[in-house]
Design a protein around this ligand. Sequence first.
Ligand code: HEM
Length: 543
Amino acid sequence: MARGRGRPKKDAATMTLKNFMETQLTGTRTTKNSGGNPSIISGTTGWRGSGNATIARGLQNMKSYPLSSKKSKKNLPPSPPKLPFIGNFHQLGLQPHRSLQKLTNQHGPMMMLQFGSIPVLIASSAEAASQIMKTQDMGFANKPMSSIPSKLFFGPKDVAFTPYGEYWRNARSICMLQLLNNKRVQSFSKIREEETSLLLQRIRKSIGNSQVVDMTELFVSMTNDVLCRVALGRKYCDGEEGKKFKTLVLEFVELLGVFNIGDYMPWLAWVNRFNGLNAKVDKVAAEFSAFLEGVIEEHRQKKVTDDKEEGATDFVDILLQVQKENKSGFKVEMDSIKAIIMDMFSAGTDTTSTLLEWTMNELMRNPRTLQKLRDEVRQVTQGKSDVTEDDLDHMPYLRAVIKESLRLHSPVPLLPREAIKDTQVLGYDVAAGTQVFVCPWAISRDPTVWENPEEFQPERFVDSSVDYKGLHFGLIPFGAGRRGCPGITFAKVVNELALARMLFHFDFSLPNGAKAEDLDVDEALGITVRRKFPLLVVATPRI
Ligand code: HEM
């Protein structure tokens, strides 16, 4: 897939200072190197960057990496120059996924950055991702501990943030086999139908009020309500209770997106005592915990009858049942139930609403795609009064549009991992304990993998077997391997149904006659990369 990027020459780490200076001053080896690290300089890989202008950077970097075999035989990935104490933090900016993509263009798909006192390996090619998440999946199944999630998830005792080990294996297995298996996801079809109907009603209501519909808000409400009903058994959206719950979820998700400086610069951890971050984390963790204890108690009180339909069972019911049966010998504590439920909210809501938001965004920017998709939806459902989940199987273009949206706007831009043992990736040495970020956002815009990567072209997926389930490493919006997303089936059907039903019932355009190219695409980063501003559209009912 990748055209010759990333393979260092074997002798790179042993290049002498003299070679290095000669190379830089005469440009005899290559004029396209980034000047970052000797291993780049020795390559003929065509990475972008200027020659002589980078001498200073190269010299600075030489302090970090051994140039002589006498010192070390380690073959480390290239690294951009760094500053004392903060390392490469200053290069991340407000949009780290974009900054890392730029750095990748200069230094190659495997880079070693320094975040404060922690070295972090950045992997931004399909080949590197495949090595980390497939060939060496087990060796990279760990995740680095971060202090905020640890507090919010009681240890952590969830699935997403928990380090690799026996506890994670047990919790993940409950998640896969009990909560998110195909049959269970199917059993929630009535909830999906009702909540997408409510989305349509809300669109109609907004039209009545002002003509302009805030799709961002409606997608967030819908995904929250679906997750509430599936996980907690009912919605928490009305009155005081609803307001309190909404604020709590918002604060919780916001905290998960906070970059905690203390994790990377321990000498600055004290700052969080004074800026109120520690206190806020404690408060939100305690409030969410109390809220969920109330929900669990409500479920315990509720009499569970034997003939209850499976469709009526929510995640709390299922987890209480697993706790009671204790079949696998894995003792499910109260904290585990709370943490796994919280995981479903943090992992399932923002990601799903973000995908819907970007898909709608791209449809508004690409009127011909919108028209083609609308035609498919209406053709497949010809003579019917609505779309059903069975109809979705006959909508290949809808699937292509969603894939393309996930390619261009991978909601989760960086996937953390930690090397469990000393190893090598693409020929570079990686020490045990090294933190790793695999970058699905950059990978799915890699021009060596994708033609016209910045353009929205769902046609590239028509008649193509490339999918997002973790087998094609050029497209990994749900991650891959042992730590890959267990909620793919759940997310797929909610997204497809919501979009198909919207296009069945409404025609969409931009407010005030705005042109497609006028639509802003600014991004904001939390736990997902979402639109910075709400997406406003005009909806016209079809009938
Ligand atoms: C469009 C929607 C979604 C996207 C784009 C998405 C994406 C992701 C990604 C990128 C990861 C990390 C994978 C890795 O590191 O390899 C992940 C993990 C996870 N996701 Fe999703 N997700 C979505 C929906 C959901 C839903 C609906 C649920 C559950 C209801 C869910 C539950 C989880 C869990 C529990 C994990 C942690 C897995 C582990 O660490 O073992 N996700 N998701």
